[in-house]
Ligand binder design. Structure first.
Ligand code: SF4
Ligand code: SF4
Length: 135
């Protein structure tokens, strides 16, 4: 991966974290999200090519088992996209089916938490975690 692209992705992650923290501080809100809470990791997560390359580089260097899980799951998800991408309710339907992200560990943690995509960083709540569960 080009160093400039790697830096751009890391900067985008840092910026979102900083802006989210500022927003929460302004509202005086605290999030309920914590390690081991993972209903949001059943969602259909979309990443751009640069983020995917960034994540792959990290997995290749540090987490080959997790990379193998992603590669094994990839064809299933590509098949689902090919079949259902035209359906407006597809993301909701997929979430209700509760397929865990292949990067979710058996302890219910994100294996790539510091490198997780923007789509995951943007999901948070100040409500009780039970409201996040499918259904
Ligand atoms: S969004 Fe919901 S399920 Fe995800 S970590 Fe936060 S409280 Fe838990
Ligand atoms: S990448 Fe991490 S935070 Fe995002 S859905 Fe997968 S396990 Fe959850």
């Amino acid at each position: 991966m080009e160093p400039v692209l790697r830096q751009a992705v890391a900067l985008a992650h840092q910026n979102l974290e900083a802006r989210t923290a500022q927003y929460l501080a302004r509202l005086g809100q605290k999030v309920s999200c914590r390690r081991g809470c993972f209903a949001c990791c059943y969602a259909w997560v979309v990443v751009g090519l640069a983020e995917a390359a960034y994540l792959r580089e990290h997995l290749e260097a540090h987490l080959p088992d997790a990379l193998a899980r992603v590669e094994a799951e990839g064809p299933n998800r590509l098949r689902r996209i090919a079949q259902h991408k035209h359906r407006a309710d597809f993301p909701t339907t997929y979430f209700l089916e509760a397929h865990p992200c292949p990067l979710l560990t058996s302890e219910g943690a994100c294996a790539v938490h510091p490198h997780r995509p923007l789509a995951c960083r943007g999901v948070l709540t100040n409500l009780e975690a039970r409201y996040c569960a499918p259904g």
